[in-house]
Design a protein around this ligand. Structure first.
Ligand code: HEM
Length: 349
């Protein structure tokens, strides 16, 4: 996957050449980057259509984000729909139609003999499951659409958030920015990152972990209680939902010390186990247990690649217009974005 990520980062950095020294809003920039990466990975040759679908999913996520805590009135909500609900239904229908169009195209290629399978990318696997001979294991269209949604939210929004916060923290903590750049130059010189060098990026890994601790893209996970259980003085009934606030664990001074709110990547110098004093639940940006994130390595490789390529070319500082206003919108975002300045380094990267 590294060459696909490198190609997408190169496209982004090519655009940045005309903006050197000027303000760039990185949340939006990384949104385009991570959408392209996930579209290429998930939809392969159909990635342009994939991007359109993800774009619509983005709109749906914005609507869902602003309605997440709104209660519904049971009978009235059956007959009356808010503007957001009507818009969500319209977008959902468009997404459904787009997925169907891609599926049809892939089916036609097989029928016409242009291809002997539906594709080896994520969508190809879904189309295969849709054609599964055994009805019990067959995927419905709705399942396919839902899988696309999960993949998009899981794989795009999260890395978007991680990259944006990491770049902001590097812009604020220029000592760490210098250390990270020195490491990248030592490992890759001015060449593009490769998978072999990824494991050697110790400082970058520490910075990524500390970013995920302070600003976990997913701030909590929900679990349903399988059977009644007692936790200390608390009895949790069967089927009750437990909302585990990852962000609260990551900011707990009891677990992390009085400097819990400071950016100190050195906490992770000897790895996660040492940093958490072997308490697995103290640091869980990717969740915990059998349902934890399947895209963890993908996400870390993508983040390391993008950060390395930026550091090879630019020093980064915070723009005077930046306002610190984190906001929970499904993932941890910023109300006014992240405005940074990128200054070209004077050597050929
Ligand atoms: C910084 C980036 C990411 C973060 C912080 C993150 C975090 C998480 C978290 C907290 C969960 C819930 C785990 C749980 O319930 O215990 C999750 C689930 C999931 N993630 Fe990620 N994720 C990231 C990137 C990705 C990427 C890049 C992909 C795919 C390419 C991905 C695919 C998934 C999927 C499919 C699930 C659902 C797993 C299931 O329900 O069994 N994630 N992720």
């Amino acid at each position: 996957m590294t060459p696909a990520v490198v190609a997408s980062v190169e496209t982004m950095l090519e655009k940045w050449k005309s903006k050197e020294g000027k303000e760039i809003e990185v949340f939006q920039e990384f949104r385009l980057l991570t959408s392209e990466v996930i579209s290429r990975t998930a939809f392969g040759s159909s990635y342009l259509e994939g991007e359109k679908i993800f774009d619509m999913l983005m709109k749906l996520s914005v609507i869902a984000g602003r309605n997440i805590f709104k209660a519904k009135i049971p009978i009235i909500s059956k007959f009356w729909k808010s503007a957001d609900e009507i818009e969500s239904e319209r977008i959902a229908k468009m997404i459904h139609d787009s997925v169907m169009r891609i599926v049809k195209k892939r089916e036609e290629r097989v029928v016409n003999g242009e291809a002997d399978n539906f594709g080896r990318d994520f969508l190809g696997l879904l189309v295969n499951a849709y054609h599964e001979a055994d009805q019990k294991n067959r995927l419905s269209i709705q399942d396919m659409v839902d899988e696309c949604k999960t993949f998009y939210f899981a794989g795009q929004e999260t890395v978007n958030s991680l990259l944006a916060w990491a770049t902001l923290l590097l812009a604020i903590h220029t000592d760490w920015q210098d250390k990270a750049r020195a490491e990248v130059i030592e490992v890759f010189g001015n060449q593009n990152p490769d998978s072999e060098g990824m494991a050697k990026l110790k400082t970058i890994t520490m910075i990524i972990n500390e970013t995920l601790r302070l600003y976990p893209p997913i701030s909590g996970v929900i679990r349903e209680v399988g059977r009644e259980v007692q936790l200390g003085k608390l009895v949790l009934p069967t089927h009750s939902e437990v909302d585990m606030r990852i962000i609260a664990l990551h900011h707990d001074p009891y677990l992390w010390g009085d400097d819990v709110n400071l950016f100190k990547p050195e906490r992770f110098a000897e790895g996660i186990a040492k940093a958490t004093k072997y308490n697995a639940a103290a640091f869980m940006p990717f969740g915990l247990g059998p349902r934890s994130c399947v895209g963890m390595s993908f996400a870390i490789t993508e983040a390391k690649t993008a950060l390395s390529m930026i550091l090879q070319r630019y020093t980064v500082t915070v723009s005077p217009t930046y306002v610190h206003a984190p906001a929970q919108r499904l993932t941890l975002k910023l109300q006014h974005g992240i405005q940074l300045l990128f200054h070209a380094l004077h050597y050929d990267a």
